[in-house]
Design a protein around this ligand. Sequence first.
Ligand code: NAP
Length: 308
Amino acid sequence: MAKLFEKVALIGIGLIGSSIAREIRDKGLAAAVTISTRSRETLDRAEVLGLGDRYVLSAGEAVEDADLVIVSVPVGASGTVAQAIAPHLKAGAIVTDVGSTKGSVIAQMAPHLPASVHFIPGHPIAGTEYSGPDSGFVGLFKSRWCILTPPAGTDETAKGQLRAFWEALGSDVEEMDPEHHDKVLAIVSHLPHIIAYNIVGTADDLETVTESEVIKYSASGFRDFTRLAASDPTMWRDVCLHNKDAILEMLSRFSEDLAYLQRAIRWGDGDKLFDLFTRTRAIRRSIIQAGQDTDMVDFGRHALDAKS
Ligand code: NAP
């Protein structure tokens, strides 16, 4: 594949950063990749894995001369990283991120970044419950959406270059307003994780059912929540704190609908239950038809997550 950038700087080299690094290496998308992360341990691991060409602890040093800078850290750390890299950015560089919330990341990063760079926030809708540089893999972004939230007046050429980059990783790219992004993600990603953390926490707190019973009989449904509830605590703490309004709005809708379901169960209203369960089944079929999951009995996870 053709080289898209001369120098790329990756700030943060966990699941997402290291998957991007592997893609760049695999597809030859850049002449040189510099990797920076805050801890010596993670940086050394990235070097052992051969994820880049240069490894530095200083984020500022990493972005010098970079044409593309990708920030892949927990969303709560975005402002600190922006502050650290701002004085070192090359004029004309594209600065992007992969954070799961967009309004807060923009509010944290934009005030620090010079007008001479193109700041185009982004969010690949792809991930797993694993974290760290070992967890990344080629293929993570294939056939997944990547949402860009460019501010009004963003340079079209820069936007086109970033779009081409994500497309080279196999993603479909869509542009969205950051506020809308945060609402959509609150329902499709943030709420499901919160519900999963909650149900697994409830099961852990039960006195009448033992932990060993929960684990033993988990294949009846519980285990599907545990995958989400095993996701990185730092990342998800930050998501909750940084998409507060949209999450609270969706949680309140969720609680109302749960109360409706609770009443239907209490009053033995089988028709209401049957109607809802029929409607939700159709959504599952639509997701499969849209290629966002498979109809294999294990949810196709082994095939989808296979490291290629
Ligand atoms: P990860 O595997 O936990 O890696 C996090 C990276 O950020 C590491 O390099 C870590 O450095 C660094 N980091 C952690 N805390 C930091 C801080 N306070 N200041 C500076 N650097 C810090 O995380 P990830 O899953 O790749 O997630 C990265 C971003 O992608 C997050 O914003 C997340 O919302 C977004 N995202 C995640 C997923 C997903 O499924 N995981 C999907 C889409 C988007 P050290 O190891 O050196 O401490």
